[in-house]
Ligand binder design. Structure first.
Ligand code: NAP
Length: 326
């Protein structure tokens, strides 16, 4: 059986698989496998180890006649046509949980760095423009006891709320369903999206990318936010109308934004948002610490091995395939 790895991952994880499987691994770590090459390699593949940068679309799924498992090294799976996979009984696996704390750390890093203008400070020194201590030089917004509004109070959202508790922040959240455990343990208060946008000093977006969440934060939502609000997006770029975000930041309708994700990735350095001082942009590194990435890769491999052995994946996206006699 053949497994296609669309990126180079550490040898120690792949080597043991070679005894049992025929392995194709793209030999670049930070460069995507060209789609044409992926299509070609997938023709006789039984499983694919993929990531957020690959497009696993209907065409690819339908032409891969022996494909049994699509395993992504991520919790989000908006790059995969799950419906097409399900129609063919192909299991789609992902890696929730193991990346929660790392992504919550990065989200909180953006909160702190954006509110206190950390990157602007570094740039000022690099340009040799730091003349003296100034009473209002690079003044930002307070975090301690401020109000945080979390949209998408799932695993990572709750991780961010736990960190916010340490700063004695007032925690508001908006979610599809109420989260009684977060309310009890973290003192989080459920509210409508409108209330959250109006009251939060920090608006943090952590809902998945779905048809329902596409552009859920646009002109109308930025209009509702405070002029001092800091907006953080570590979910998916498609959840935010980037043109509306650019205007809100440029016209100082909000104070600043911290972004780890973009509508189209990678963004280039002429992206309009990068012309603004009140933006911190990162290259989709939410879960990027060594320990977490190793756990994600290990779990993604575990999903593949279980799927190829005819067992239920540890973390399955389309469990309904098992109802079809698989
Ligand atoms: P999760 O546990 O599934 O949490 C997602 C939450 O969003 C759930 O509580 C869900 O509510 C809620 N939600 C879904 N649709 C909503 C809507 N329309 N309005 C409001 N809330 C909605 O997922 P997670 O592990 O926390 O991950 C969240 C997302 O973070 C992922 O989908 C991924 O896109 C992103 N992520 C990014 C990075 C990065 O590197 N930047 C890393 C990891 C994850 P219900 O519980 O009611 O369904």
């Amino acid at each position: 059986m053949k497994i296609v790895f669309t990126r180079k991952i550490p040898t120690e994880l792949v080597e043991p698989l070679k005894e049992k499987y025929d392995i194709f691994m793209w030999d670049r770590e930070n460069e995507p496998m060209p789609h044409e090459r992926l299509l070609q390699e997938m023709k006789d593949a039984d499983a694919v180890f993929t990531n957020v940068a690959d497009r696993i679309d209907k065409q690819l799924i339908e032409q891969s006649s022996s494909l049994k498992v699509i395993s992504t090294m991520a919790v989000g799976y908006d790059n995969i046509d799950v419906e097409a996979a399900t129609a063919r009984g192909i299991a789609v696996g992902h890696t929730p949980g193991v990346l929660t704390e790392a992504t919550a750390d990065l989200t909180f890093t953006l909160l702190v760095a954006t509110s206190r203008r950390v990157v602007e400070g570094m740039d000022l020194i690099r340009r040799n423009e730091w003349q003296s201590w100034g009473p209002f030089l690079l003044t930002g917004q307070s975090l301690y006891k401020a109000t945080i509004g979390i949209i998408g109070m799932g695993r990572i959202g709750q991780g961010v709320a736990r960190r916010a508790k340490g700063f004695e922040m007032n925690i508001l959240y908006h979610n599809r369903s109420r989260k009684p455990e977060a309310e009890a343990e973290l003192g989080a208060v459920y509210c409508s999206l409108e209330e959250l946008l109006q009251q939060a000093d920090y608006v943090v977006l952590l809902a998945p990318s779905t048809p329902e969440t596409k552009n859920m934060i646009s002109h109308e939502q930025f209009e509702m936010m405070k002029e001092t609000a800091v907006f953080i997006n570590t979910s998916r770029g498609t959840n935010v109308d980037e043109e509306a975000l650019y205007q809100a930041l440029k016209e100082e309708k909000i104070f600043a934004a911290g972004l780890d994700v973009f509508e189209t990735e990678p963004i280039s350095n002429d992206h309009p948002l990068l012309t603004l001082n009140n933006v911190i942009a990162l290259p989709h590194i939410g879960s990027a610490n060594v320990e977490t990435r190793m756990k994600m890769a290990t779990l993604a491999i575990e999903n593949i091995e279980k799927g190829l052995a005819g067992e239920r994946l540890t973390h399955i996206v389309n469990a309904e395939i098992y109802g079809k006699g698989k």
